[in-house]
Design a protein around this ligand. Structure first.
Ligand code: ASP
Length: 328
């Protein structure tokens, strides 16, 4: 009997590692829980680098499953088959949504395997080119005088742009709040900002840099603690701290996840491939051109990634509870 168990255990190990050796033998889908826009851009850059790292026959498809601040796409991956063929690229929303949504279809720390973090992305406070303001000071006076009439676009409750808008409005202590408008991602929100249907947005540099450079939107400040000195364009914008918003510091991070129960060998293969991808000079350049900083620290390990997200969940709960906004 004992022999039989030993044989069964051995067969399980052999077949799981044989499975991992053959992996990937069919297309991998990376789910992006937003419409095409900044998270999508990061996922597509990463898909290109992972394809190289996993071998020439690898096919990776990026699928946009947008809505409800990223929670629809994240829930979809939490419930997907744990076979390494459905992955998720998600951002700070992984840590903000548990405090914001009373009913969430996944548990961030229990329903996923953590495969490593990808990058840190600063945010920019931007406005429609039609706004009568050119510097942050002009913008601030304009906002203070008109807040009740203005609107701010974001990618749904818990999204990066929503958290940024919340933090910024609460630091500004405005008399009247700005109306917020939710989109399925800041890609479509940007289209409305360009068209002048919305007035402002706080969004990742991965979405805003090209538009700022082309003069299609006005940029007023960056949300990081320090200026983005290394970036040829973004270095010219002040930080919100410099503009008097004490301790304002927000950077958006992205990570790679698989459904809970994905075989350990496949998780290792994906983490190894991610580590190679994050050193790929082409990937690094594409990210840096858009103001993102590729992760090099301990957060590229599954343990480091998970510990970081656990800490962010606690940190963001304080911010969100203070703002007192919840979703069902
Ligand atoms: N920038 C979005 C956000 O605010 C995400 C996206 O649209 O990719 O969360």
């Amino acid at each position: 009997m004992k022999k039989l168990f030993a044989l069964a255990a051995l067969t399980a190990v052999v077949s799981s590692s044989a499975f991992a050796q053959a992996y990937p033998s069919k297309p991998i889908t990376i789910v992006v829980p937003f419409a095409p826009g900044p998270t999508d851009t990061v996922a597509r850059h990463l898909a290109d680098a992972l394809r190289k790292a996993l071998g020439p026959n690898t096919t990776i498809v990026v699928e946009n499953a947008a809505g409800a601040g990223g929670t629809i796409g994240a829930g979809k991956v939490a419930r997907a088959a744990p076979d390494g063929y459905t992955l998720l690229v998600f951002h700070i929303g992984m840590a903000s949504t548990p405090s914001l949504y009373r009913k969430l279809s996944y548990k961030p720390l229990e329903d996923f395997e953590y495969l490593g973090m990808i990058n840190d992305v600063p945010m920019t406070v931007i406005g429609s080119s039609k706004l009568n303001a050119n510097t942050y000071r002009d913008f601030e006076s304009y906002i203070r005088a008109n807040s009740g009439k203005l609107n701010l676009a974001h990618a749904g409750l818990g999204s990066a742009s929503h958290i940024c808008g919340l933090m910024w409005q609460s630091a500004m202590k405005l008399d009247k709040s700005i109306t917020s408008i939710a989109y399925k991602g800041t890609g479509p929100a940007m289209a409305d900002l360009l068209g002048g249907q919305v007035d402002m947005m706080c969004d990742q540099t991965t979405n805003t840099t090209a538009q700022i450079e082309a003069g299609r939107v006005k940029a007023f400040a960056v949300t990081t603690a320090k200026r983005l000195d290394k970036h040829k364009l973004l270095k010219d914008y002040p930080t919100l701290q410099e503009m008097g918003l004490k301790d304002f510091n927000l950077t958006i991070w992205h990570g790679l996840y698989a459904p809970k129960g994905t075989p350990p060998d496949i998780q290792k293969k994906l983490n190894d491939a991610l580590k190679v991808a994050l050193k790929d000079p082409e990937f690094i350049k594409r990210e840096e051109d858009l103001g993102a900083i590729v992760v090099t620290d301990n957060r590229i390990t599954p343990q480091g990634h998970k510990a970081f997200v656990a800490n962010e969940i606690t940190k963001l709960k304080t911010v969100i509870d203070a703002a007192g906004q919840f979703a069902d």
